[in-house]
Design a protein around this ligand. Structure first.
Ligand SMILES: Nc1nc2c(c(=O)[nH]1)N[C@H]1C(S)=C(S)[C@@H](COP(=O)(O)O)O[C@H]1N2
Ligand SMILES: [Mo]
Length: 158
């Protein structure tokens, strides 16, 4: 089936300051413990969706497979040119997940599928949709996502 071939082609790349570079399939990610989160999703543009429900795997569990090196400090989540940089400390917390389900159903392409970065304390633009790569670094390099998202509403700061 064409659909399952497309799903099988999905690869999440993890590289940079790790002991092992990884190429994970969606099945690899689904094999990790499944975690659920419920929170109100607020966009800086002013809208809100109450009680959004997400399920997926912890970023921590995924990174522990790759084994971050001791000098790794920052984690860059990438979807093509859209990137978000967060501290390793932050994203190793319990409630930071790569979601593959939304409201009890597989995450649709429109909603950022097959996987999307989700955690309750995030800014809307930190919820990287269509996530493809995770890079660990020791130097902070600001991501492009905040600027891209804010330029849609004509703001430079939020
Ligand atoms: N790859 C990517 N992810 C993204 C964005 C984007 O432009 N590209 N926009 C962000 C912003 S600002 C918001 S509000 C949400 C929108 O998510 P939704 O489609 O579920 O409403 O996606 C976030 N993730
Ligand atoms: Mo947003």
């Amino acid at each position: 089936m064409i659909h399952s071939q497309l799903v099988d082609e999905f690869i999440l790349r993890i590289y940079g300051l790790v002991e092992r570079n990884l190429n994970l399939t969606l099945d690899d990610i689904k094999a990790l413990p499944k975690v659920g989160l419920t929170f109100d999703f607020r966009c800086v543009e002013g809208w809100e969706i109450k009680d959004t429900q997400w399920q997926g795997a912890r970023v921590r569990d995924i990174l522990l497979l790759a084994k971050p090196l001791s000098n790794a400090k920052y984690v860059i989540f990438k979807s093509g040119d859209y990137t978000i940089t967060l501290s390793l400390d932050k994203i190793m917390q319990d409630d930071v997940i790569l979601a593959y389900e939304y409201m009890g159903k597989p995450l649709t392409k429109e909603k950022g599928g097959p996987i999307r970065l989700v955690f309750p304390s995030q800014y809307c633009y930190e919820s990287v949709k269509w996530l493809r790569e995770i890079e660990l670094t020791d130097i902070y390099k600001e991501g492009t996502g905040k600027r891209i998202a804010l330029s849609r509403i004509g703001k430079n700061n939020a």
